[in-house]
Design a protein around this ligand. Structure first.
Ligand SMILES: C[S@@+](CC[C@H](N)C(=O)[O-])C[C@H]1O[C@@H](n2cnc3c(N)ncnc32)[C@H](O)[C@@H]1O
Length: 187
């Protein structure tokens, strides 16, 4: 007999779920299992790695950005400025966009010299303009539904990374762009 106060299930999980155990690393892609997991999505494709850190992704054509000038990235811009620059000089759209910002204000201050993930919502709003139809956005953080339905995306995979001990897990979502503009359908 269903109870009145039972939780309602709004959406059945139709995406893949993956669970990985990997010790925490300040620079996410230095952890080999996480790096391999991301790279399998990027093979042979054009990738924008927006908060790229020190590790370059291999097997893909990577455009990397990090505010920290010590890292050998293509751009050293605030992520929003980088997206705006790419929008105004778009030669081709990206097949994959990887977003691995500082997960909280405290982490920005403690781990990344105060470099903050500024204006995050604005970045997400602009991403469809520089992503191919059916392109994927891979986002790391404490939230699972990032681009979300309202921006025309559907979740394809959730990766939960368990770091052990008292560390928070990391949630990674893979979201596919399913809504395209009329202009994109015609061309
Ligand atoms: C969680 S780390 C991830 C780095 C990278 N994905 C890796 O695996 O090493 C976050 C990175 O974002 C950079 N960052 C912080 N604020 C930024 C901003 N507003 N724009 C661009 N990069 C920023 C930091 O310098 C740091 O390298």
């Amino acid at each position: 007999m269903p109870r009145d106060d039972a939780l309602e299930v709004f959406e059945a999980a139709t995406f893949k779920f993956t669970y990985l155990a990997q010790p925490l690393n300040r620079y996410t892609f230095k952890a080999p299992k996480v790096r391999a997991w991301v790279e399998q999505y990027c093979k042979g494709l054009v990738v924008l790695n927006l908060f790229a850190g020190p590790t370059r992704l291999s097997g893909c054509i990577e455009y990397s950005n990090d505010l920290d000038p010590n890292f050998a990235t293509t751009f050293h811009l605030d992520a929003l400025d980088c997206v705006n620059l790419l929008r105004s000089n778009l030669e081709r759209k990206f097949d994959r966009i990887v977003i691995d910002p500082p997960y909280s204000y405290r982490k920005s201050m403690e781990l990344y010299h105060g470099n903050k993930n500024s204006r995050f919502k604005k970045i997400l709003d602009l991403i469809p303009e520089i992503l191919t139809p059916k392109g994927l956005v891979i986002t790391f953080g404490y939230h699972s539904n990032v681009m979300s339905k309202k921006r025309g995306f559907a979740i394809r995979e959730i990766l939960l990374i368990s770091h052990g001990g008292a560390q928070h897990d990391t949630i990674v979502s893979v979201e596919e762009r399913i809504k395209v503009t009329e202009k994109e359908i015609i061309t």
